[in-house]
Design a binder for this molecule. Structure first.
Ligand SMILES: *[C@@H]1O[C@H](CO)[C@@H](O)[C@H](O)[C@H]1NC(C)=O
Length: 192
């Protein structure tokens, strides 16, 4: 009698325990699996973002181009309209931001850049050219005729990814180069 009561009690306890465990597994198992999937997805995304950030920070962005490719003394202008100067002799183009067909530098990443324009007037006329960002005049150089007359201006600029920079020679102005004197250049100081 005692033995059978003990057996019954034990059986009941085991049944309850298994039932409870089953119930617990049933309710907990599904959300747990979802959480694990979510965690896996999140950690994969974080890993990718970290990798992208490291790559972006490592990738140097730098461009430098001179106005003409020939070493012959070459005057461009005066033109009767404002003219985008297309710097043809590409010397540096890390990150491929500069396009020698259009004269436009497109910032590949958001960051602080240093941009420099150096220009020469040559023996006639006057020179007035500006670095333009998306249509806005950021800074300029001006000089009047002289055989070795040159001028430069440069400054740090914060550029968004996709911002465009180019150099405009204003109407009736002229510029001079022999592949090394008149240059447009810049580099990424720090991506942000
Ligand atoms: C350029 O020169 C022409 C002829 O002298 C003049 O009519 C015109 O107003 C000038 N344009 C500018 C922007 O100075």
């Amino acid at each position: 009698m005692v033995f059978s009561r003990f057996t019954l009690t034990t059986a009941l306890l085991i049944a309850c325990a298994v039932g409870g465990l089953r119930a617990q597994l049933f309710f907990v198992d599904q959300p747990e699996r979802d959480t694990n999937v979510l965690l896996y997805q999140l950690s994969a995304r974080v890993e990718k973002l970290e990798k992208d950030a490291v790559e972006a920070a490592k990738a140097p962005v730098s461009f430098a181009a001179a106005l003409v490719t020939t070493t012959e003394w070459t005057h461009l202008g005066p033109f009767n309209t404002d003219t985008t100067l297309i710097f043809k002799r590409v010397i540096t183009n890390l990150g491929n931001g500069y396009d020698a067909n259009t004269g436009i530098f497109t910032a590949p990443v958001r960051g602080l850049y240093f941009i420099l324009l150096n220009a020469n007037v040559g023996s006639s006329g006057s020179m007035n050219a500006a670095v333009i960002k998306n249509g806005e005049n950021m800074f300029a150089v001006y000089d009047t005729k002289g055989t070795v007359s040159g001028v430069s201006n440069g400054m740090p600029l914060v550029l968004e990814a996709g911002d465009k920079l180019w150099v405009t020679l204003w109407a009736n102005k002229s510029v001079f180069d022999q592949s090394r004197l008149t240059t447009f250049s810049g580099f990424l100081i720090k991506s942000m």
